[in-house]
Design a protein around this ligand. Structure first.
Ligand SMILES: *Cc1c(COP(=O)(O)O)cnc(C)c1O
Length: 385
């Protein structure tokens, strides 16, 4: 088939299924506000959970480091792209999450691909939660290892699969906080299972880092799990930390192996050094401004409390991710459009991002939301219901 005809067919199908994606183009963002076509909206779907993306100290740090290092890193880490400030950011991240060593990656997506490609071979096996983030699914799919998907957080199912496997290396991988549902992986139990079956465990803490734990060290601080319990930790820097990029943390040997074998680390340009500098500043803010986590938790409680009073159906989540399940893609699109008309942006999340018939509004709260913003959201939601 002619390429143009083929593309036309693909896109028409996407539109018919109500799954066609468009991009909201904004002129300005200052969490929690977004300006689109000259109009200001309240944003309830960003991952800037602590409201750091516009923090004056971060902006200042980035500017100063651009003055010192320039913009681009100029090469990959193994050629000449690795600067002292990348190195320092890695040390600070390792210390922050209580691991021996950390390694910066350009994105979380690439970090997940890199871990799996570096560690697993053809006879090995990956156990993956069915609701894991797309980047973990892709990491598994692109690796030569076998894949077994276990039902979401169902440990008995996982145990059954683990017991049946005689693969030389077994890797359990899971989101820490599930990105579209907001619930937590049952990590302490997963860690026990991993130990019992001689499996490795990897946690993607994209939505826990900065948010969970007294000091914002994430899911593993929340559950008090050590490097020995969870040997492979991935964290992203573009969500609660408000910057960009990602890292993997673990033992010296793990990081050394990733430097040698993770193709998404080796064959790509290093992050701009000034970004690494901003990460250092962000880790400092995350620890010093603990009021942001406290305010966020208060907002989550408040939102849930009032939503329940108004019969707005919530899911079982105490994280900033507060989805409202609508079922069909049409319903989710309609609700999102109605909110937009009321000055609120919450994008509809549809398949294949989530399973069939679980399209939803994925509301996210941020420390930058004030009570009046949440009231406006609740009023608008109640109105739509
Ligand atoms: C956002 C996200 C990623 C990808 O991180 P990026 O740095 O944005 O590429 C990976 N895993 C989860 C669970 C995420 O939510």
């Amino acid at each position: 088939m002619n390429l143009q005809n083929y593309l036309q067919h693909l896109l028409e199908q996407r539109q018919q299924d109500n799954l066609y994606r468009t991009r909201l183009t904004h002129e300005n963002t200052h969490t929690p506000m977004l300006t689109i076509a000259g109009k200001t909206y309240l944003n309830f779907c960003s991952n800037d959970y602590l409201g750091l993306a516009n923090h004056p100290r971060l902006v200042d740090s980035l500017q100063q480091n651009v003055n010192k290092y320039g913009v681009g890193s100029g090469a990959s880490h193994l050629v000449t792209g690795h600067s002292d400030i990348h190195h320092e950011a890695e040390q600070i991240l390792a210390e922050f999450v209580g691991r021996e060593r950390a390694l910066l990656f350009s994105t979380g997506y690439m970090a997940n691909l890199g871990i799996v490609s570096a560690l697993l071979k053809r006879k090995d096996i990956i156990f993956s939660d069915k609701l894991n983030h797309a980047s973990l699914i892709d990491a598994a799919t692109l690796s030569p290892a076998q894949i077994q998907r276990y039902r979401h957080n169902e440990l008995e199912h996982l145990q059954h699969l683990l017991a049946k496997s005689s693969a030389p290396h077994k890797l359990i991988m899971t989101d820490g906080v599930f990105s579209m549902d907001g619930d937590l992986a049952s990590l302490p139990e997963l860690v026990k299972l991993a130990k019992m079956h001689d499996a490795w465990i990897m946690v993607d803490d994209a939505h826990g880092l900065g948010v969970l734990g007294k000091n914002g060290r994430g899911m593993l601080e929340h559950y008090q799990l050590s490097q020995d319990d969870v040997p492979i930790l991935m964290g992203t820097l573009g969500k609660a930390l408000g910057v960009f990029g990602a890292f993997v943390a673990g033992s010296e040997l793990l990081i050394d192996a990733l430097i040698q074998f993770a193709r998404t680390y080796i064959y790509t340009t290093a992050l701009p050094p000034a970004i690494a500098g901003a990460v250092i500043t962000s880790v400092d803010i995350v620890q010093k401004e603990s009021w942001r986590r406290e305010k966020l938790q208060e907002s989550i409680h408040y939102f849930r409390h009032i939503a329940q009073q108004r019969d707005i159906p919530l899911m079982d989540s105490f994280t900033p991710i507060q989805p409202i399940m609508l079922g069909t893609a049409d319903k989710a699109m309609q609700a999102s459009q109605q909110l937009k008309e009321k000055g609120i942006i919450v994008t509809a999340i549809r398949p294949p991002t989530v399973p069939q018939n679980t399209a939803r509004l994925r509301i996210t709260l941020s420390a930058s939301h004030e009570k009046s913003h949440i009231d406006k959201l609740l009023d608008s939601l109640a109105n739509i219901w």
